[in-house]
Structure formats: structure tokens, C-alpha cells
Write a protein that binds this ligand. Sequence first.
Ligand code: S3P
Length: 425
Amino acid sequence: MEIRQCRGIQGEVTVPGDKSISHRSVMFGAIAQGTTEVTNFLRGADCLSTISCFRKLGIEIEERPEKIVVHGRGLYGLSAPSQVLDAGNSGTTTRLISGILAGQDFSCTLTGDASIQKRPMNRVIEPLSRMGADIKSERGNGCAPLLINGRPLCGIDYVSPVASAQVKSAVLLAGLYAKGQTRVTEPALSRNHTELMLAGFGADLKSCGNTAALTPGQPLYGQSVAVPGDISSAAYFLAAGLIVPHSEVLVRNVGINPTRAGILEVIRAMGGRLTVLNERLCAGEPVADLLVSSSSLTGTTVEKALIPALIDELPVIAVMAAFAHGTTVIRDAAELKVKESDRIRTVTEGLRAMGADVTPTEDGMIICGGRPLHGAFVDSYLDHRIAMSFAVAALAADGSTRIKNADCVRISYPGFYEDLERLSR
Ligand code: S3P
């Protein structure tokens, strides 16, 4: 993919549905009684992997033009798959489905692509095993393929060492099948879609601070889910609108759940011109339209409890920082190393190739902004968020940039380059 510097980003865009909520709508719909209808479902490769896994578990899922319809079979309605379950590139599919499969009365094998087979799964194997689950990493390296022998489970009080919604969700989902209450406490609050949605489907789930407590025994019932636009996808247009001169962009229908919307705080701290319009509720989640325009940004520090609320946006925040005056410090973000790529390494490599001053650290990076960036040949390392972040940097850099392995954007935003091109002047 070749992207040239542009004169401005102008117009309106409606980004695709939220990836986290789309995954959960299919998973929870599958184990609920009755049908779940999902509008604005993200038809990206990751969420299609979730659909494919649940079809192999005996769930009928219709992909109609206007909605997805999941014919749920209740908590005990899944059937043993005759094939290996393939989660593709999706960490959310792999980790959340592990929690569901741990408590079934059948065995199965769960795997994914080369990237998934390198990502840490001990973070779910360990707490699920404590609940009585029988899960093994086939190669003994703590990664997929996972052999899961469903077994009766017991609730636990789990204090997680990482603020991870995938870990929290896996344990809570296993808790649906366990004897007694399951509690998960995290060091900082990660995205809370599982808590909000499972309660909406009928589970007895209560949250207090960084702890979520699930008491099993309640059936889940199918729901209508209207998926808000994904703030993680909106982030690329917000960043482009801020760093490209002569820009004004309106991103419509974006989910701004506080556990996801940390990037808005960072934009404000950097002095970005951002207006939040038409705030409203959509399927229990706050939604708004976001308006940004070209701004003179300043460096900032991004750290501590804010990190989980913008973890997937850190690559594009690093891009904004490269175009800001002064230094930006990103810390407490070691989780970046275990995403679809090691994002500390891949962001540093690409931004340095474009002329930025970036120093990687153990848990983040330091970016001295303000150096003029130039087009370069950069590699996404098959990481969708890296490809989209470099595409944004390319719009504001001198000359032209070529992105290797650019079509991985299909994971979360299949029409990304088309939308970007439509707004580019
Ligand atoms: C997600 C949780 C986050 C995030 C991922 C989606 C989810 O991962 O990075 O893109 O839907 O629960 P972690 O739980 O590993 O932080």
C-alpha cells in the first residue's frame, strides 16, 4: 500500500462496529436461550473467526445484510466440535472461548494463526486451572494450540496480575459453569463490556471498583444488540484530523465507554481540538459523534490506570506524539509487547524509519516530537493497528510511504483505506 502526504483530511466517517462488543454479542448470544439479533456487527476477520468457532460448536448463525442473528441454545446447548476450532488472529476469541469451553462436557482443540500461536495463554490457563479446568498447551510453551477437556468447575476469587479484559472475561465466563461465586479483581479497570453485556443478558453479575463478581445459576436470554462504532477504529481518523494541516473530521456514532475512551483524555492533554457532540446511550453504552480539527499538539505523559483505557490506541498515540512539540512518555504499558505484534518494537522501527526520535523502554516508549517525518518503507508485521497507525503518519509525512503487509487491516477495519482515501484532499 502506498500512501502520500495529503493537503488535508476533511469530511465525515462512520467507522465499523466495535470489535470487543461484536465478539461478545455472538459468544453470549450462543449460550443464551432464544435469538440474539446484532446490528452494526463488525464483519472483520477476527469477529468472523468467532462466528466460525461457534458454528463448529453447533450454533446456527445467520449473516443477513442488515444484521447477524444468533440462534442461542442456552448455557448447556453447545455440542462437541468435529474439527479443531480456529480463532485465526483473534486473542479475544481464543481467550474468551477458553473460559466457555473449560466448563463443557466435551473436549476440543483450539488454535489460531502464527501470531496467536506465539501469544501468552498461561494468563488464562492458570486461573481456569485453579477453577478445576483441564487445559493444556499442546507444545507445552504456554501458547495455542490448546487442548481443553471440559470438566466441572468451582468458583474462585481471582486477583489478576494484569489489567486484561480477556483474562477477566475468560474467568467470568467459566464462572457461569462453576459451583459458587467467581470474583475477579484487576490492578486497574480494563474494558467492562463483558460485565455490562452479561448482566444485560440476565447473568447475576455485579461490579464494584476493580472487582467483578458473578453468581451462577441464572439463565441467559437472547437480546437485541446495537453495536456502537469502535473507538479503536475512530482513533485513526481522530489522529489524522489532528496532525494533518487543513483538516476537519467528524466521526459519527463512536462508543465512548470510559473504560475505552482514554484517547480522548490524551488528545485533550496534548492540546488537540476535539468536540464531543450528541452524547447518547446505545445498548447500554455511551455513544457520541467526535469532531476534530488540525491542532498544534504538545507532548504528554501516558501512564498508570489510563493505560488499559487506551491500550490498543497507543501505536497511533505514538504517531501523534511524533508530530507534537516536546516529549511524550508512554509507560506502564508492557502489555504492548504481547499484542498482535510486539508493538514497542514495531512502532519504534516504523517511526524511526520515517525520521522520528523514538526510544523504546521496557514498558513503553519515549518520543521526542517535532522532527519532520518523511515517507519510508515500513512493515506492519501483519498487525492491523500498526498498518493503520503508519497510514496516518504517512498522510502527514513528506513524500510517500509504502506499508508492507498492509491488508491486515481486514482484521478490524476492512474498508479502512477506502475511507481514508475518501477523506483525503
Ligand atoms: C480486548 C481486550 C484487550 C484489547 C483487545 C480486545 C477484549 O486485550 O487489547 O484488542 O475485547 O477483551 P487484553 O485483555 O489482552 O488487554
